[in-house]
Ligand binder design. Structure first.
Ligand code: 5AD
Length: 365
């Protein structure tokens, strides 16, 4: 198939070329694509999997996104907020386990108490690790002042998915409260405030085309992002998009394969960024995350959220890992990373070479 060698060689891709690769379900082409992406990954970011401990700090959310299990109007969800000291205890575990970073993720909230609490969490994490644990936030759209406070408290990485760069699709999966341009402005603001910026999309949304996904990759390239977090869309029964992909046994393998091709194409185009192999991949296949590493991802995000909250953070159906983050599951993770022929990168923040290069170049940052 056209294009794979050219991509490995670093040639600029066309939307059509990328879309053809993303749409191609010939397993031989997929194997070739994964092998090429893996080669580029090892060359650009090494055969190392970085760990980020994920703490889902609250499932309270002001948004009502039509795909999301913790959307405001889902009354079936029991809402929780993790107290600051519990987040710090999880951070301590991450630090002592040698994780490069902790990610605080949660529903989107703008209330003063929440903003204060997050600031306290960030300071606490910075202090307990003497600044050696990179702090990543994934808390949605916030005001420039809030981003600034959290940045000054010591957080340095922010993940804010654009979800899809097709504006019509963006509007269709949200409720009118979410605005595409507002999301872009947030990404601009984060960049201007010197965050390491990550974005990403959901893969396999109803009505999304291979061309859309190709443009998503080019969007991330053009925005010069440092990190990518993207994963398969998985319908949640308690949302308006329930049933939107047809029967589960049909969509699971389809979403998995498409997501792996998307990761591989993103690696071939974006080269030196960090790309997460997300939990949603594992929800589709027991070895989903390892397959993500083989397709070019280099970051794993073990869940450190206290087990008593985990049921409350079901963004999609079948979310795995009720015991994840335990000592035992970490050993299991090590074994599966070793099975891919890689090592876990302990005791180091694992900053993406992309970010280090753009800072060294003195780009606007
Ligand atoms: N399937 C897959 N991913 C989802 N997210 C939310 N709902 C779903 C779903 N049903 C993702 C969104 C959001 C991230 C925190 O979780 O991309 O940005």
């Amino acid at each position: 198939m056209m294009g794979i060698e050219a991509l490995v060689a670093g040639e600029a891709p066309s939307v059509e070329g990328l879309a053809a690769l993303l749409a191609c379900d010939d397993p031989r082409v997929a194997d070739e694509l994964m092998a090429a992406a893996y080669e580029v990954k090892v060359r650009e970011v090494g055969a190392v999997a970085w760990l980020r401990g994920l703490v889902e700090i609250s499932n309270v959310c002001r948004c009502d996104c039509r795909y999301c299990g913790i959307r405001r109007s889902n009354d079936a969800v029991e809402r929780y907020t993790v107290p600051v000291d519990e987040v710090l205890a999880a951070g301590q575990v991450a630090f002592e386990s040698g994780f490069g970073s902790v990610v605080l993720q949660g529903g989107e909230r703008g209330d003063a108490a929440f903003v204060d609490d997050v600031e306290e969490m960030v300071r606490g994490l910075r202090d307990l690790s003497a600044g050696r644990l990179a702090i990543t936030l994934s808390l949605g759209e916030q005001s420039p002042a809030t981003y600034r406070r959290w940045r000054e408290a010591g957080a340095e990485r922010y993940l804010l998915r654009i979800e899809t760069t097709n504006r019509r699709l963006f509007d269709a999966i949200h409720t009118g409260e979410q605005d595409f341009d507002a999301r872009l402005n947030c990404l601009d603001e984060l960049r201007a405030q010197d965050w390491q910026v990550g974005t990403g999309v959901m893969i396999g949304l109803p009505g999304q085309t291979a061309g859309d996904l190709a443009r998503d990759i080019l969007f991330m390239r053009d925005r010069d992002v440092d990190m990518v977090g993207m994963g398969p869309f998985i319908p949640h029964a308690g949302t308006p998009l329930a049933g939107s992909l047809g029967p589960e046994e049909d969509y699971r393998p389809r979403q998995l394969d498409l997501s792996l091709r998307m990761i591989a194409c993103a690696r071939l185009v974006l080269r030196d960024v960090n790309i997460a192999s997300t939990t949603a991949l594992q929800a589709l296949h027991p070895q989903g995350r390892e397959r993500g590493l083989r397709a070019g991802a280099n970051v794993l995000m073990p869940n450190l959220t206290h087990v008593r909250h985990r049921r409350g953070y079901q963004l999609y159906d079948g979310k795995p890992g009720l015991d994840e983050g335990s000592e035992e599951s970490l050993r299991a993770l090590e074994r599966s990373v070793a099975a891919v022929g890689e090592a876990i990168g302990y005791g180091h923040p694992g900053t993406s070479p992309h970010y280090r290069r753009r800072v060294a170049r003195g780009d606007d940052a």
